[in-house]
Design a protein around this ligand. Structure first.
Ligand code: AQP
Length: 347
C-alpha cells in the first residue's frame, strides 16, 4: 500500500449530515476554546444533529492524572452546558464511556500510514525536542480523533484553526478505508467548520503562540472561570506596544498581540476587525483594554456562574453524561457492526 494520502475525491457519501466535536479535559477551558469551538457548538445545535464529547482518552496522551481526570471531565461537560449546549438537543458524553472510539482507532491505525502522522505539526509542537520520550498515544492522537468523528459518520466538525491538519488526516483515513475495503462512500469525508473571528485566539503574553490550557503561564489565557478582577488584570497586563490602535486592518500587520486583542473584541462583540478599528483606531490601550475586559466579563461571568451551579451537583451531571453515552452508543453500534463486516472480522 502506498504511503501517499489518497487523492482527494469528492465524497460519494449519501448519509445524513451530522456534527461531532470534542475537547480535552486537560485543564479548565479558556477563551480560545470558547470562541474557537464552543460558540459554534451552541449555534449548530439549532439546525443540526450534534454530538459533543469530552475526550478523556486524548487527555491521557500527555500527562495522566488519575486524581483529577474525572473532576476535570465533569468541568468540561459543565462548560458545554453552561455555554448553552442543551443536552436535550445535543448528545453530550464522555469518550471513554463508548468503546467504539478505541475499537475504530485500532482499525484506523492499520489504515493510516506512519508518514502521514510524521507530518502532524501538533505532535512536533507538543513533543518538542523529546519526541522519542513521548507516548505512542500522543503520536497516534489524530488517528483516535478520526475514529471519534467517524464512529458516528459525522460530516462536519466545528474546531479552531489548530485542528485543520488533523481534520485533513481524518479525511485521508476515511478515503483510504473506503478504497482499501472496497466500500465506496461508507465513511463521509468530514469537513472542518473553522471560519469565524475566534478561530485562532493567541496567548495574551505572546501573539505568536496560541492561547492554550497547557501554557505554564496562567496570565497567558483567560479561563472561563476567571472572575471579573482576574480578567481585567490579565487584559491590563496583556502584551501590546506603545503605539495607538491603527485605523485600518492593514495597520495590524507586524503587531500580532494587537491583532489578537482586536480579534477577541470582534469575536465577543460579534462584529469584524474593521468595525472595531473604526471605533477604536487612534485611541490608546489605556481606554481599549478596560472596554475589552467589560465585554469579556459580560459574556463569561454568567457561564462561570452556571458552571459553579452544575459542578456543585455531580450526580445530576453524571446522569446527563450517562444518558449521552447511551445515545452515542446507539448511534455508533450499527456503524461498528458494518465496519466489522467490511473488515472481515469473525462474527
Ligand atoms: N487558541 C485557540 N483559539 C481558537 N480555538 C482553539 N482551540 C484550542 N485552542 C484554541 C479549539 O478548542 C477545541 C478544543 O481543544 P482541545 O481540548 O482538543 O485542546 P487543544 O486544541 O489541544 O488546545 P488547548 O485547549 O490549548 O489544550 P492543550 O493545551 O491541552 O493542547 C478545539 O476545537 C481547538 O481547535
Amino acid at each position: 500500500m502506498s504511503e501517499a494520502p489518497p487523492a482527494s475525491t469528492p465524497s460519494s457519501y449519501l448519509g445524513p449530515a451530522r456534527v461531532f466535536s470534542g475537547m480535552q479535559p486537560t485543564g479548565g477551558l479558556h477563551l480560545g476554546n470558547y470562541l474557537g469551538a464552543l460558540v459554534k457548538f451552541v449555534r449548530l445545535q439549532d439546525t443540526q444533529d450534534c454530538i459533543y464529547c469530552v475526550v478523556d482518552l486524548h487527555a491521557i496522551t500527555a500527562d495522566a492524572n488519575p486524581a483529577t481526570l474525572a473532576q476535570q471531565t465533569r468541568e468540561v461537560a459543565a462548560a458545554y452546558i453552561a455555554a448553552g449546549v442543551d443536552p436535550k438537543k445535543s448528545v453530550i458524553f464522555v469518550q471513554s464511556a463508548v468503546l467504539a472510539h478505541t475499537e475504530l482507532a485500532w482499525i484506523f491505525n492499520c489504515v493510516a500510514r506512519m508518514g502521514w502522522l510524521e507530518r502532524m505539526t501538533q505532535f512536533k509542537d507538543k513533543a518538542g525536542k523529546h519526541a522519542e520520550r513521548s507516548s505512542v498515544g500522543l503520536f497516534d492522537y489524530p488517528v483516535l480523533q478520526a475514529a471519534d468523528i467517524l464512529a458516528y459518520k459525522a460530516t462536519h466538525v466545528p474546531v479552531g484553526e489548530d485542528q485543520k491538519q488533523h481534520l485533513e488526516l481524518s479525511r485521508d483515513i476515511a478515503q483510504k478505508f473506503n478504497n482499501d475495503f472496497a466500500a465506496p462512500g461508507f465513511f463521509p469525508l468530514p469537513e472542518p467548520l473553522i471560519q469565524g473571528p475566534g478561530a485562532r485566539i493567541m496567548s495574551l503574553r505572546d501573539g505568536k503562540k496560541k492561547m492554550s490550557k497547557s501554557d505554564p503561564s496562567d496570565a497567558s489565557r483567560i479561563n472561563l472561570t476567571d472572575d471579573a478582577d482576574a480578567i481585567a488584570q490579565k487584559l491590563k497586563r496583556a502584551t501590546t506596544d506603545p503605539h495607538p490602535l491603527p485605523e485600518t486592518v492593514e495597520g495590524l500587520e507586524g503587531r500580532p498581540e494587537v491583532e489578537n486583542l482586536i480579534g477577541i473584541y470582534a469575536a465577543l462583540a460579534n462584529v469584524d476587525a474593521a468595525a472595531v478599528l473604526a471605533e477604536w483606531g487612534g485611541k490608546g490601550f489605556g481606554a481599549f483594554k478596560p472596554a475589552l475586559a467589560d465585554l469579556a466579563v459580560a459574556r463569561l461571568a454568567p457561564i462561570a456562574g452556571e458552571m459553579r451551579r452544575l459542578t456543585a451537583d455531580p450526580a445530576a451531571l453524571d446522569a446527563i453524561l450517562r444518558d449521552g453515552a447511551d445515545r452515542a452508543n446507539a448511534i455508533a453500534a450499527p456503524i461498528m457492526d458494518d465496519v466489522r463486516r467490511i473488515v472481515g472480522f469473525w462474527r
